[in-house]
Design a protein around this ligand. Structure first.
Ligand SMILES: [Zn+2]
Length: 391
């Protein structure tokens, strides 16, 4: 295979043989059994029945286990300092806790060095990779000043694939909301746009209202960024419909949806990104994944990894919650964590293993993708390749 693909002239090809169950490699059928997969350089070169596998430079025996695309985590907040374990413990024991929330993390993040923030992002991205996540989206939003937000997106862009400008996370203490929106849509956006692909707003009561959300998304779009939105997390609201109106790539959370919201998502290209780790960690009701899927909406699963509302980097945990608590089938959950995440990031090169895909491959220490939900909390990652290289 060497040299034929043209994807990577230096690439060594590897055939993964004896795959018991291969997911996401066939256009017609999501799962195929007794399969093989060829990685050439950083790309998938071939997938099909094991008996037809072409020769390659190297051979890896999957010993009957399951192979999936690497997980695509399309929603995370990783540029932060400190943690909030005490707040979590207080919430779980029903004790009131001081409403520090996001602002606690903002203060610690502002006081951290670039090197500390960079190390934190690298630490969590490595933690994610060990658990099978090969594409990561990361937002700013704990800086809330021009310099601090610029620093957050710049550091994120050094490390992850997908960077989102979330200056509109919360209005900082002591700032007039309309002054803050002017800052976000003016100098802050100008400083951050070169490092980001996406613009996001926390559209929620207590954060940014419908008018402010539209203003920020419009400004972001004029600066060349593509909208995505935190919508309908804490209660019903206009977020989902604004996301659809702006053709956002994704409306994230979707915990409180009306029938109109579900119909709007189903009739759009906007993905409903569900973050069940948040509902777990805040003891909130789970979103109605079943209603979204039955209406024909596209669904993604992501972690929302952040120090406040969900400090988990585990996509497998999200899959288990989606199956147990949100009535998704294991196949729906795994597809939402791979191809759903890719769609939420408008990426066609990840989230599947068809020829031409980036060679982001997850070998489970299990015979089937079902084990991700069936054996929750159990480490089941045998090997991960990212861009064709074993991690
Ligand atoms: Zn979030």
């Amino acid at each position: 295979m060497r040299g034929r693909s043209g994807w990577n002239a230096d690439g060594v090809s590897t055939v993964i043989t004896n795959i018991g169950e291969l997911a996401g490699a066939d256009e017609e059928r999501w799962l195929v059994e007794d399969a093989a997969l060829v990685i050439d350089g950083d790309r998938i070169a071939w997938a099909g029945p094991a008996r037809d596998a072409p020769a390659a430079d190297e051979r890896y025996d999957a010993r009957g286990r399951a192979v999936l695309p690497g997980f695509v985590d399309s929603h995370a907040h990783l540029v932060f300092a400190g943690e909030r374990a005490e707040e979590f413990a207080a919430r779980m024991s029903g004790r009131p806790y001081s409403a520090g929330g996001i602002r606690t993390t903002v203060e610690r993040t502002r006081n951290a060095s670039d090197e500390d923030l960079r190390a934190n992002v690298r630490r969590i991205v490595a933690e994610m990779a060990r658990q099978g996540t090969t594409t990561v989206e990361c937002k700013s939003g704990y800086g809330l000043s021009v310099e601090q937000e610029e620093r957050a997106v710049r550091i994120a862009a050094e490390i992850v694939d997908e960077v989102t400008f979330l200056g509109a996370h919360v209005v900082p203490d002591g700032t007039d909301p309309s002054d803050y929106v002017s800052l976000v849509t003016g100098p802050m956006l100008a400083a951050c746009a070169p490092y980001a692909r996406w613009v996001d707003v926390f559209c929620e009561r207590g954060a940014f209202d419908a008018g402010q959300t539209r203003e920020i998304l419009s400004a972001g779009r004029a600066a060349g960024l593509v909208p995505r939105l935190h919508a309908n997390q804490l209660g019903p609201g206009p977020g989902v419909r604004i996301a659809v109106e702006y053709d956002a790539a994704s409306a994230d959370h979707c915990t409180y949806l009306t029938a109109e919201d579900i119909a709007a998502l189903a009739g759009s290209e906007t993905v409903a990104t569900l973050l069940p780790g948040v509902e777990f960690s805040t003891r909130q009701p789970y979103p109605d994944a079943r209603a979204l899927l039955d209406a024909g909406a596209s669904v993604a699963l992501a972690t929302d990894c952040n120090p406040g509302s969900c400090y988990s980097s585990s996509m497998a945990f999200c899959i288990a919650l989606a199956v147990r608590e949100m009535r998704m089938t294991p196949e729906e959950a795994v597809r939402s964590a791979t191809e759903g995440g890719a769609k939420a990031l408008r990426r066609t090169d990840v989230g599947h293993l068809r020829p031409g895909a980036r060679a982001d491959v997850l070998l489970l220490d299990a015979p089937s993708h079902i084990h991700l939900a069936y054996r929750p909390g159990v480490p089941q990652v045998a090997r991960v390749w990212r861009e064709g290289k074993a991690i």
